[in-house]
Write a protein that binds this ligand. Sequence first.
Ligand SMILES: Cc1ncc(COP(=O)(O)O)c(C=O)c1O
Length: 370
Amino acid sequence: MTLDMRLFSRFVSLSALRAEFPVLERAAYLNAGTDGPLPAAATRAAAAELERELLEGRSVAHFERRTELTDALRTAYAALLGCDTADLALTTCTTEGIAQTIGGLELARGDEILTSDEEHPGLLGALAAASELHGVEIREAPLGELAEAVGSRTRLVACSHVGWMSGSFAPAELAELEVPVLLDGAQGVGAVPVDVHALGCDAYAGAGQKWLCGPDGTGMLYVTPGLRERLSVSRRGYGNLADPSAGVEASLHEDARRFDTLALNAETVAAALAAAEVLGEAGWAAVHERAIALAASLAEQLAQLEGREPAPRGPSTLVSFASEDPEGERVRLAEAGVILRNIPDRPWLRASVGAWNDENDLDRLLTTLT
Ligand SMILES: Cc1ncc(COP(=O)(O)O)c(C=O)c1O
């Protein structure tokens, strides 16, 4: 294919991508950092599973179908993180994967977890539990300075891959650390290219419902084989045991399935898989490239408007910008068909820009703001 033909076919597949998301017909949907737009294919896939369950009941074949679906989703998510399927657990959200990792380390008084000063409650909750339940000390440093801030008592560095407020990135130097690194990838996977080996992290927790446009209740946790050995697993059952019928002697799966959430339903997994396929068909490289470029263009245009300076940001898909009344403005924008969020305790609104958006969505936001 010539370059022109490649660009043309990319343009066609990205226009086709937009048509997959019914919400875009009525709104400038800029909220994937919270929950992505659902593609129609996802609801069709979920409905087909429920219909099957309705008509056929839920017996052996149903549980085989669940395994088939979870295997396929694990393969799809592992490809997105660039890891082996054996190192990838399925969770219900980013927060669950973070909690599994931090709780599983069984840290104690005298140990320290180093984190940044711009983390989300999804990570802060697990840190609070480690502190309150086990006396672990939590120390903060600016995201960009975390690698230098590691001390002799640091047992884990836990921070965002991409910050939820600013969209800035974890520093590359984290890859060089001896101490384990857990990345919160809620604003990473699906939004920007991710290669867990290049990031050099030991664990990476991500969401299925945000930039992968899946249903609520989907997520992933990558854990290296080395860290896997060190993490205890307190919740056990059919979902993560290799031989459940062995009773109290039952052992966990050898691979990362030991961290799997315990009850993922067929309709949710089918919807997540269908959503990932819709994006995959458009081409992941194109999806990332377009979203990052559109977000940069939005930031540039906001910078031209008085009182709308973008917050400092990295080359991500998030654009936070100034607002004198973030909560009130979010509501007014929603009434005008522009869906985004405000950042609590900051004078900012945050637009999440995906490959499914276009210049018209950005214009609609910009004209509604002025
Ligand atoms: C950086 C970050 N971490 C964690 C979360 C929580 O994600 P989840 O709902 O998948 O647990 C979010 C969600 O907004 C987030 O932005």
